[in-house]
Design a protein around this ligand. Sequence first.
Ligand SMILES: Nc1ncnc2c1ncn2[C@@H]1O[C@H](COP(=O)(O)OP(=O)(O)OP(=O)(O)O)[C@@H](O)[C@H]1O
Ligand SMILES: [Mg+2]
Length: 311
Amino acid sequence: MENVIETKNLTKYYGRFFWKKPVPALSNLTLNIPMGAVFGFLGPNGAGKTTTIKLLMDLIKPSEGEALILGCPPENVEIKKQIGFLPDEPVFSSYLSANEFLNICAKLLGVPSGERKARIAEVLEIVKMTKHAKSKLGGFSRGMVQRIGIAQAILNHPKLLILDEPLVGLDPHGRHELKNIILHQKSKGTSVFFCSHILSDVETICDHLGILNEGNLLCTGKIGDLLKDTGVSLHISPGHDEIARELLAEASETVKLPDGGWNLTFLNNKEVKETLLRVREKHKNAVTMIPAKENLEKFFFRTIENAKTNN
Ligand SMILES: Nc1ncnc2c1ncn2[C@@H]1O[C@H](COP(=O)(O)OP(=O)(O)OP(=O)(O)O)[C@@H](O)[C@H]1O
Ligand SMILES: [Mg+2]
């Protein structure tokens, strides 16, 4: 199987009434997400991200089109056991302790009874909630509930993780830990599909992304292929200030690094590029050249703005 998620013309209308002009919440979504990818799904509020996730999780039915998850339609019960899911705004029974709740989840997911206790302790440790194992969920903060939500999502060693706004409510440590959890899952071969509004985090975690706007997919692909080359970056090793000084005037951005080295960024320009190549040739051991890319935030706004002007 090549793709972990495939959708073809997936379309969703909510409450279609004959007196209302129908506006789809999701329109003809066609996506192919390769196995093992960490896919970030971006888009403004109301773009249709949660709708897509609900369709993938079989919580709502499509008006048109189809989806395949791990090669099967979303209603396949066996496939559900291989998916870890974190809904947006998770609400769990407030009378259960974290342990009791995760035990119910483990039973539902078919974790063998002999393994449940150890696995629950393991996931509580991963989300740094061990000391709250016996506390009732009703007394948890938003971020603590989110951590328990993440714990239940990874409980069954899923092949695919589907997370709706997983970074919401987490403090800086929590965000950092979640990024590590996602990267660890990826290293084990788990594919991840998640929505987020925190572009800097998406940029560090994802290798693939899609941008949705008003129900329409504006672009999708590998992050490296989507972000525009904006020029070139030059790293100069410590102790070579004379090389940096020679180039400072031409650079669009200059950063002196704490170790005494330099990072200089240059805009795309043929003459500058020729100078840089010459400098690199002359100081092979002190200079590294890397293509500079626009950041995800710039790309995101550019894509959304283009969609507005083309409408
Ligand atoms: N149950 C529903 N009934 C009617 N309309 C709905 C329903 N759920 C969502 N919508 C509409 O569908 C559109 C897409 O909503 P969706 O929740 O998928 O957006 P989203 O991209 O997840 O937004 P956010 O970033 O705010 O979470 C919105 O216009 C929303 O009003
Ligand atoms: Mg949403």
